[in-house]
Design a protein around this ligand. Structure first.
Ligand code: ADP
Length: 422
């Protein structure tokens, strides 16, 4: 057994001014932090779609919201508007861009090379570029975001914070697929796991909670359920990720909004051989036409699916049943993998907001010492950093914790920059 020495479960606070940037294929999300305090945040949407002609930037601060409609053909132009709104002489939050101490970028795939956040230099950029082939939908826009910032903020240190880094502590028997071993050695085909920044943030919060309950870090066994459009479960033992339901790509594991999750690998072959589909068609079917959307025929959005269930739609009912059954199955599997479970955490859009789904996901898990308190489950407050939804006589803990990937990226970036100064 090989257990990599990876990322310790620490979140450090540091009162430097950090801009967090998260670029998707047609979006640019940002948030400005001083230490743990969020000063401003925003989203540029529809960047590059139809030449960026309908792009919209929404910027929020404690004083209110403002929107800018403009043509944003690419991330560099979009970032120009972010700079403009942040430094607006009337109501901008910064008097000069030079006030920013560092920029932290979310990067989806860091392969096996990156086990923690790193300062971006030529070598790191080349590596992120190289891993575009492992995450073709995610790493290219992440790279564009970095390049856009380099143009607008020359000389300001930047860090890359990887979604895969937290899971680099998985043991080899959890990450190697039962394929010819050369595929791992030569092509690096293995489980990477994703949503690492979110799993790490909520595991850290849960870890503090368990310590206060008298469970020391070394004995902690936490299952974190990130249930959003993308969804995954992770097993976190003594502060280290030991398994994650997402695999070589963010397709494996749970049922998601439009992604199928676990599947017999022979099904794509059947689609190709018997139904004459091409690789791109199969890719689109598994990634964009499956999941909640594919089964329910209603929507990829859980709120719509729940509404359809209440209206009596049988396929929506089935979709919801599959979704919750898989979460339940993974909680049980990861409890077995760790030899127990002290806490199960629900997070992200569905996990934080749907008492109905949470109830179904832990139904009949009393044998693991997980006893839901339905009243607490119905009354989770978003302002509560750690909401307990297990009953007082439950042996183990059921928790709802709002994820904050941006804050985690800001903290990691601050740490990277602090190292630079020492
Ligand atoms: P992303 O992965 O895009 O960041 P989110 O974490 O925002 O996604 O989660 C989006 C999902 O959360 C959607 O399926 C949405 O329907 C679901 N969701 C949000 N609020 C609720 C709610 N009150 N009840 C059920 N599902 C919800």
């Amino acid at each position: 057994m090989k257990v990599n020495e990876g990322l310790a479960l620490t979140g450090e606070k540091c009162a430097v001014l950090v801009l967090v940037v998260n670029c998707g294929s047609s979006s640019l999300k940002y948030e400005l932090f001083r230490g743990d305090e969020s000063l401003a945040s925003g989203l540029a949407d529809r960047v590059g779609v139809n030449g960026g002609s309908q792009a919209l930037l929404t910027h929020s601060t404690a004083d209110g919201k403002q929107t800018i409609e403009a043509t944003m053909p690419d991330h560099t132009v979009a970032f120009g508007y972010v700079v403009q709104v942040l430094t607006d002489p009337q109501d901008g939050i910064l008097s000069s861009l030079h006030e920013i101490d560092a920029v932290g970028h979310r990067v989806v795939h860091g392969s096996e090379q990156f086990t923690e956040a790193v300062l971006i230099d030529g070598r790191v950029l080349a590596a992120i570029e190289q891993y575009c082939k492992l995450a073709p939908l995610h790493n290219p826009p992440n790279l564009e975001g970095i390049r856009a910032c380099q143009q607008h903020l020359p000389g300001i240190p930047m860090a890359a914070v990887f979604d895969t880094a937290f899971h680099q502590t998985m043991p080899d028997y959890a990450y190697v697929y039962a394929l010819p071993y050369e595929l791992y050695e030569q092509q690096r085909i293995r489980r990477y796991g994703f949503h690492g920044t979110s799993h790490r943030y909520v595991a850290l919060q849960a870890s503090h909670y368990l310590e206060a309950q008298g469970v020391p870090l070394a004995e902690q066994k936490i299952v974190t359920c990130h249930l959003g459009n993308g969804a995954s479960v992770a097993a976190v033992q003594a502060g280290l990720s030991v398994d994650c339901s997402l695999g070589f790509t963010p397709l494996e594991g749970l049922m998601m909004g439009t992604r199928c999750g676990d599947l017999d690998a022979a099904i794509p072959l059947h689609l190709i051989r018997e139904m004459g589909m091409g690789a791109d068609e199969v890719d689109a079917l598994l990634n964009r036409r499956s999941g909640l959307l594919g089964v329910s025929g209603v929507s990829s959005d859980m709120r719509d699916v729940i509404k359809a269930v209440h209206g009596g739609a049988p396929r929506a009912q089935l979709a919801l049943g599959i979704f919750c059954y898989r979460v339940r199955k993974y909680i049980g599997a990861y409890a077995a993998a760790m030899g127990g479970v002290n806490a199960v955490v629900f997070t992200a859009g569905i996990g934080e907001n749907s008492p109905e789904i949470r109830r179904e996901c832990v139904r009949s898990l009393e044998f693991l010492g997980l006893q839901l308190d339905e009243e607490r489950n119905q009354n989770v407050s978003v302002s509560d950093p750690v909401a307990v939804i297990s009953s007082d006589d439950s042996l183990n803990h059921l928790l709802v914790i709002a994820t904050d990937e941006e804050l985690m990226i800001a903290r990691d970036t601050a740490r990277v920059v602090r190292k630079l100064g020492t």
